[in-house]
Write a protein that binds this ligand. Structure first.
Ligand SMILES: Cc1cc2nc3c(=O)[nH]c(=O)nc-3n(C[C@H](O)[C@H](O)[C@H](O)COP(=O)(O)O)c2cc1C
Length: 406
């Protein structure tokens, strides 16, 4: 099942480290090539020679070269591997991953992987596993899209009974296979979705915003994940964040249009498809007053300045990216949407109207380059999202064909 796949195994300082030897064998029997990294604490629990003999590769332990020889760095290891498996993962290393620590090779290497290519198999005593700090750290990693291979229940090395023992190697293999072997149409495609409203602050207690609830963004995220995509969700302030969504996607919370622009810009170079579903405020106050503006005038004039058109601005830079926008129009719907499609050089634009704000269903029109409009009447936002994902898969296939013919 794992023929041709490359697994980087990070071993940390848990008594369960001895199980990594069997895990390496299992992975190899499935056809995977394995390289191992180990923390200093990990070396107390399994010999480097064992790992070296089993993997057939140098075992990486240190960030720094001491003998002048060339070794793979955390970056080249991340480029080499399809997946980074931390098994067993200690409470300490999990905390390091959650905080973005880069104090040793095992944690610094994790920073060079996208969350979706990391799987963590924790192993620790029950009290540690249930401690608020570990619970929070594990849930943060899940929210970023890291696969957590939950520990099992049974007798622990410390003699106690409870949850915390490293998942069985067979279960770890199954979880890795699920990450690595997929026949989903958007498998490996990196999709960035913006959603929700933005807030533009007038002073410290008031802002301009709109009633967007982020529902389309959630539906798009769910549909993209189901098709195997890696999702980065850049979300404006919404009342509710859905746990099942956040668990699979990398969530970036933002407030203002400028925050959103910064995050989109930061992620665009590692994005294959950008879907701008956010209801971005067109204008923001020229200045944000400090404190609370006094109501000492009968008529007050707000000076507003245009916010950037995030999608239009990014279009020039994101030449290889599939660009998808939403157009909310209350008049001349088709005409305006067609113009935006051309002006912003988009691959697709989804036309909707103000009644879809916060609603479960709506009527939408999909407009694409060189194709007639596709009307989706009174559909749920989940169904709309599925149609959009199908079209994205078509666009990507078409691009691949064109590239191959050139
Ligand atoms: C005998 C022994 C067994 C340990 N087992 C575990 C364990 O199963 N899980 C854990 O989180 N920490 C365990 N620890 C503590 C870690 O080894 C310690 O926190 C260490 O700093 C982890 O470093 P690392 O994450 O860089 O490998 C154990 C320590 C000892 C001495």
């Amino acid at each position: 099942m794992l023929k041709g796949k490359r697994v980087l195994l990070g071993v940390t300082g848990s008594i369960a480290a001895y199980k990594s030897a069997y895990l390496i064998r299992l992975l190899q029997q499935e056809g995977a090539e394995v390289k191992a990294l180990i923390t200093d604490a990990g070396k107390h629990f399994i010999g480097i020679d064992t790992l070296r003999a089993l993997t057939g590769h140098e075992v990486y332990t240190d960030n720094f070269l001491t003998d002048g020889a060339w070794r793979d760095s955390h970056i080249s290891l991340a480029e080499w591997a399809d997946v980074y498996l931390l098994a067993p993962a200690t409470a300490n290393t999990i905390a390091g991953l959650a905080c973005g620590m880069a104090g040793n090779l095992v944690t610094s290497t994790a920073l060079a992987f996208s969350s979706h290519r990391i799987a963590v198999a924790p192993a620790m005593n029950t009290a540690m596993w249930c401690s608020p700090a570990v619970v929070d750290n594990v849930s943060l990693l899940r929210r970023r899209g890291v696969t957590i291979i939950d520990p099992g229940e049974g007798s622990l090395a410390c003699g106690a009974q409870g949850t915390g023992r490293l998942a069985e190697p067979e279960d770890i293999l199954a979880a890795l296979t699920a990450i690595l072997v997929t026949n989903k149409p958007l498998s490996g495609v990196r999709i960035m979705i913006t959603a929700g409203p933005t807030r533009e602050w007038l002073d410290d207690v008031r802002y301009i915003s709109n009633p967007s609830t982020g529902k389309i963004g959630f539906s798009l995220t769910r549909a993209a994940l189901a098709q195997g995509a890696e999702v980065r969700l850049v979300m404006g302030p919404v009342n509710e964040l859905l746990d099942d969504i956040i668990a699979g996607a990398e969530l970036i919370s933002v407030e203002s249009a400028l925050d959103m622009q910064r995050e989109v810009s930061a992620g665009i170079d590692t994005t294959d498809v950008l879907i701008m579903a956010a209801a971005v405020s067109d204008y923001r106050p020229v200045v944000r007053a400090s404190g609370k503006i006094k109501k000492d005038k009968d008529v007050m004039t707000l000076n507003l300045v245009r916010n950037p058109d995030i999608l239009k601005d990014i279009a020039g830079r994101a030449v290889n990216c599939v660009l998808i926008g939403f157009a909310l129009e209350s008049a001349n719907h088709l005409e305006n949407a067609q113009r935006k499609l051309a002006d912003k050089r988009l691959d697709m634009i989804i036309l909707n109207d103000p009644t879809s704000f916060g609603a479960e269903t709506g009527s939408f029109t999909l407009l694409m380059k060189n194709r007639g409009p596709i009307c989706i009447d009174q559909a749920s936002k989940d169904n709309l999202a599925l149609s959009i994902m199908e079209k994205i898969a078509d666009i990507l296939k078409e691009r691949k064909r064109t590239d191959e013919n050139n």
